[in-house]
Design a protein around this ligand. Sequence first.
Ligand SMILES: [Zn+2]
Ligand SMILES: [Zn+2]
Length: 509
Amino acid sequence: MSDTLPLHWADAVAQELLPLRTQHLISTGITPSGDYHVGHLREVLTAEGVYRALRDQGADCRLNYVADTMDPLRRVYTFLNPAVYHEHVGKPLCDVPCPCGDHASYAEHFLAPFLAAMQTLGVQLEVLLAHETYRTGKLDGQILQALQHTETIKRILHEETGKIEKDDWSPFNALCAACGRLAGTRVTGFDATAKTVSYTCACGHSATAPVSQAGKLTWRVDWPARWQALGVTVEPFGKDHASRGGSYDTGKRIVRDVFGGEPPYPVPYEWIALKGQGDMSSSKGNLVSIFNLAQTIPPEVVRYMIFRVKPMRSISFDPGLPLLNLVDEYDDVSARTRDQRAAELARLEGMPPLGVPFKHLVNLVQITEGDTDKLCTILQRHHLPVPGQDVLRSRIAYAQYWLQHFSPADIRLRLHATLPAQVADLSVPQRQALGLLATRLQPDMDGDTIHALVYALAEEVALPAKALFEAIYIALLDQPRGPRVGWFLSALEHAFVHTRLHAAAALEG
Ligand SMILES: [Zn+2]
Ligand SMILES: [Zn+2]
């Protein structure tokens, strides 16, 4: 870090936190109701940025993730089979069956790949399952306090949100032991000494159950109860919770007035929008899953994507060319705009930069069809560093995944093994120029030399340069465009190019 650079946002948060205390618990939480998408990354990585910054400044800190497994299944989402899931609406996600049959519950089904992706991204989380937190009695004290102070909570909610709750409103949602639903129940009483809650359910059942087994606190009370029970000191959350009268405002007052604690330091963040399609959200269906992203770019770059932007600034996520440029910005191969501190926070063990621009690699992977030996030969020919096989292979896999899923059509190319039929449609001067190029190309010419040669040739045969480029691309790729011509020809084997250009020039037509 240098004095002249503005402080990175995570370091700025850490600097505010350290005078408050030296031990911190940073908490995150997401409901496992569907596939975790790129938008969710901001929750966990914002926390991770603060975690690293705090640690770098000598704090003793922990980072947890609370999976809201007690949240009910709100509706039959489009990706669910209505015949199976209709009857499970209103049940906690931990009690709903998994869609594939391989996981213990619906919640586990979505949680497992998310946690695997967090491992890949180098995020070390203490994972808490909300239903276990409830069912092991960790929130008993807060539940009883909330029930005892129902009127205080109602007043706070009214003052902050303007909403007036009904007379029989309770901060606790009972879970019916008969039908298994949170929806449709009503709390009818509680016993603070016996630690029980009584309820009736729309299904006709009524019962008295231990608070730990009886259900969950409603969201606006659950959150401050969790802060207090777990000792949360820092928490990032989406801007919706941060709005005036939002759940952070009500949570702040509830934790002080009902639980006798202090709210965590807030780190609100903006959404991640999918370029041209607005904020990413499950209901809009405009999602790129974390799994897809982790297959497309190296984990450090995923981290860098979040760290380089202040939490309250929006991120427009474009998985096309801008994503490639981001990889290069992180690698610092050609970019000068790299945010050093963000890159430092993003760094993980065992993943050195490739030293070859990713965009460049995408072309090489296509020219060589992913053959590492051929690729290494080209890197040597271009006097580029040849990375270790593992690094190279992993980068090739990213490039291939990106090409398959996110690349614009005009980036895709394939070297034609035989002379493309389209060559017959080239003009006579175009084919003459190809013949001249074949004779003048020398085995060890570099990209710049070839580039100059192509321009000189076009002028010599009175052909617009563009028409000669087209002829070259058609002869080799069977399409009128391709990568920068000098670079492209210098990447290919001389003998192959020589033979191909001669064949194109010799074609009658
Ligand atoms: Zn499953
Ligand atoms: Zn019921």
